[in-house]
Design a protein around this ligand. Structure first.
Ligand code: GRF
Length: 191
C-alpha cells in the first residue's frame, strides 16, 4: 500500500476501559498509509487497561478526574486546541459529552458502536440482538452529534448471528470487526 503523503492529522482517543480499539488505532497509526498520529489519550478512569498500550507507545495520557463536568470539558477544550487535535475518536468512552463540546468540535468527533445503527443504540447491544432473535448484527463508526449514537454513519460491517451464538461469542466476533472498521472509517474521512 502506498505511503500517506499529506500532513498527519493529530488524533485524541477517549477511553474508559479495556482499550482494544485504542490498541488497533495505535497500530494503524504506525502504518505508512495512515493519515493519523495518535497524539493523546484521555481516560475518565485512571485504571483503564487500555492506558497501558498508550504508555508502551509513549503516547501522552490525561486522566480526566474533575468531578464537575463543566470544568472537565473546559480543561479538555484547552488541551485539544493547544495540541491542534483534528480528530477525536471515542473508543469505549462511557461519558456523554455536552452539546456545547460537540458543537465546538463539530464534524471532528467520531465513535464506534457495536451494532448496526440506527438499530440498537445505547448499551447491552449484543444481549438485546440475541433476545430479539435477530439474524444479523454488526458494528458502526459514526460522527457524534447531540443525540446518542445517532450521527451520520461513516462505515458499517454486517455480521451473521449463528444459532449457537451467545452474548460473549457475538461480542468477540463483533469486536474483531470493530478493530478493522475503525481504521477504514478514518481512511474514508481523511484520505
Ligand atoms: C466496543 O465494543 C465499542 O464498540 C463500544 O465499547 C467497546 C469498547 O471496547 N463503544 P474497547 O475498550 O475498545 O476494547
Amino acid at each position: 500500500m502506498k505511503k500517506y503523503s499529506g500532513r498527519k492529522v493529530f488524533v485524541a482517543v477517549f477511553i474508559s476501559g479495556r482499550g482494544s480499539n485504542l490498541k488497533s488505532l495505535i497500530n494503524f497509526s504506525k502504518k505508512k498509509i495512515s493519515p493519523i498520529k495518535i497524539d493523546i489519550v484521555f481516560s475518565n478512569n485512571k485504571n483503564a487497561i487500555g492506558l497501558k498500550f498508550a504508555k508502551e507507545k509513549k503516547i501522552k495520557i490525561v486522566h480526566l478526574k474533575e468531578k464537575n463536568f463543566y470544568n472537565l470539558e473546559k480543561k479538555l477544550v484547552k488541551i485539544l486546541n493547544k495540541r491542534k487535535i483534528g480528530l477525536i475518536c471515542l473508543a469505549g468512552f462511557m461519558k456523554i459529552l455536552s452539546n456545547n463540546f460537540i458543537k465546538k468540535f463539530n464534524g471532528k468527533i467520531i465513535n464506534i458502536h457495536p451494532s448496526l445503527l440506527p438499530k440498537y443504540k445505547g448499551l447491552n447491544t449484543h444481549r438485546r440482538v440475541i433476545e430479539n432473535k435477530e439474524d444479523y448484527t454488526g458494528c458502526t463508526v459514526h460522527f457524534v452529534n447531540s443525540k446518542l449514537d445517532s450521527g451520520k454513519i461513516i462505515f458499517q460491517k454486517k455480521i451473521k448471528i449463528f444459532k449457537k451464538d451467545n452474548e460473549k461469542t457475538l461480542a468477540q466476533r463483533v469486536l474483531l470487526e470493530e478493530h478493522k472498521i475503525y481504521p477504514k472509517a478514518i481512511m474514508k474521512i481523511l484520505s
